[in-house]
Design a protein. Structure first.
Length: 116
């Protein structure tokens, strides 16, 4: 049974940092493309960052602007998103995704709120 558990969201002041984690169970993520998406109020869900199974090839949304870092640890089936210099416009629900061929797994999302 596949389970996806996200953690690390919360309330942070502008300029602060959060580290999101997503733990998968029921399969090995080693051959999967891992991504973080977010849905901010009034907008559709959008890609934040993606890391391929090689662990080296990463893609970031333009709005990340060198503030976020995605990483993966296949040995323990976890993907992380380190978020620095957070701004109010980063507020939203962040979800992790694992995708390989026809297999596509989503977490339920974790709320990130950036506010003073």
């Amino acid at each position: 049974q596949v389970q996806v558990v996200e953690s690390g969201g919360g309330l942070v002041q502008p300029g602060g940092s959060l580290r999101l984690s997503c733990e998968f169970s029921g399969f090995s993520i080693s051959m999967y493309t891992m991504s973080w998406y977010r849905q901010v109020p009034g907008k559709e869900r959008e890609l934040v960052a993606r890391i391929l199974s090689d662990g080296l090839t990463v893609t970031y949304a333009d709005f990340v602007k060198d503030r976020f870092t995605i990483s993966r640890n296949d040995a323990i089936n976890i993907v992380n998103l380190q978020m620095n210099s957070l701004q109010p416009q980063d507020t939203g629900v962040y979800s992790c995704n694992a995708r390989r061929s026809m297999n596509n797994y989503w977490g339920r999302g974790t709320q990130v709120t950036v506010s003073s």
